[in-house]
Design a protein around this ligand. Structure first.
Ligand code: NAD
Length: 294
């Protein structure tokens, strides 16, 4: 609690009274969060949403920062459609994929450019303890004030190349979203009784069911776009399905020994993470159980 109030104090210390920030897609879920953050820091915030393009030129000519927060599928065309920006203006985006938007921003603007990926959803009230990935584009010294503000709002910043970000997201987001989606779609097709599954699940399996179910409380278009953004991901997902199929074939043929061998191989791959994940998840469940959250 002390740490959070300290962070709130720091957040209140962000003063951007001399900055004008244009948020493209500022009426959207994540855009609104950043409109709120910049406004409460005293910045002049101008929202450029889809029906506001007649103001684009006027907004951008006074901007210190133009921040793109539109649906993934529209990001590249929106970047290309921007009017030219003042030389010292930062061009940045919040897109969940990084390589293509970063390249498009670098091609559009010759001043400071940085790609950001907030690793949290729009329901987040504050940025305290959240993570933002930053992919360097150009003129790092000129966008320091932006990164410093995000840090003072409480978030950690992790610098990563756009390629490394997208590669990691193939597993952090893409693989997870597809397997949750198929898991949910399978439960629906089998007409599984969700209440009964909940009642009969221990806390860790309830958590797993929640991980699947919460996907369907969120934006379908965002998930579709994340799954479709990188053609390379489709090839990786195809390999996943082939492995699934291979394991199933082993089971159909009753090959217990092969299953056990594969289990040992994967256990070796996880190494000390396996034990760590077991004890960390137990601790998490104990804490949640104490506060009756699960
Ligand atoms: P959203 O659909 O809620 O909002 C997008 C906004 O962009 C809307 O207000 C829409 O009207 C506007 N828009 C659409 N076309 C436009 C155009 N041509 N010009 C100007 N505005 C236009 O989407 P969101 O969830 O806020 O996502 C925005 C971005 O943030 C995406 O790139 C997404 O990958 C990224 N992101 C989202 C989340 C999340 O959990 N929602 C998390 C991290 C990153």
């Amino acid at each position: 609690i002390i740490r959070e109030s300290y962070q709130q104090q720091q957040a209140a210390d962000v003063h951007l009274n001399d900055k004008t920030v244009v948020i493209v897609g500022g009426n959207g879920a994540l855009g609104q969060l950043f409109v709120r953050l910049f406004s409460s820091a005293g910045a002049k915030v101008l929202i450029l949403d889809k029906d506001d393009w007649q103001h684009a030129e006027h907004f951008c000519e006074q901007a210190d920062l133009v921040l793109i927060s539109v649906p993934i599928a529209h990001t590249l065309t929106v970047i290309e459609a921007l009017p030219s920006l003042p030389p010292g203006c930062i061009l940045a985006d919040l897109t969940s994929v990084k390589r293509q938007p970063l390249n498009a921003m670098l091609a559009k603007h010759s001043g400071p450019v940085v790609g950001l990926h907030p690793m949290f959803g729009p329901k987040q009230v504050t940025l305290a303890k959240q993570l933002v990935v930053a992919c360097h584009g150009r003129d790092e010294d000129q966008y320091q004030w932006l990164l410093a503000s995000i840090e003072r709002w409480g978030a950690h910043i992790k610098a990563l190349t756009a390629a490394a970000h997208d590669q990691a997201m193939a597993f952090v987001q893409v693989l997870r979203h597809l397997s949750s989606f198929v898991y949910g779609s399978h439960l629906a097709a089998e007409q599984a009784d969700l209440q009964q599954l909940l009642d009969l699940s221990s806390p860790i399996y309830r958590l797993e069911l929640m991980m699947v179910g919460r996907l369907f409380a969120q934006d379908a278009e965002l998930y579709a776009d994340i799954l479709l953004a990188e053609p390379n991901n489709i090839a990786m997902l195809r390999r996943y399905v082939q492995r699934f199929e291979m394991e199933l074939k082993r089971l159909e043929q009753g090959c217990k020994d092969e299953f056990l061998q594969e289990f040992t191989r994967v256990r070796e791959y996880f190494g000390e993470f396996a034990e760590r994940f077991l004890s960390d998840s137990q601790r998490l469940l104990d804490t949640a159980g104490d506060s009756h959250q699960i």
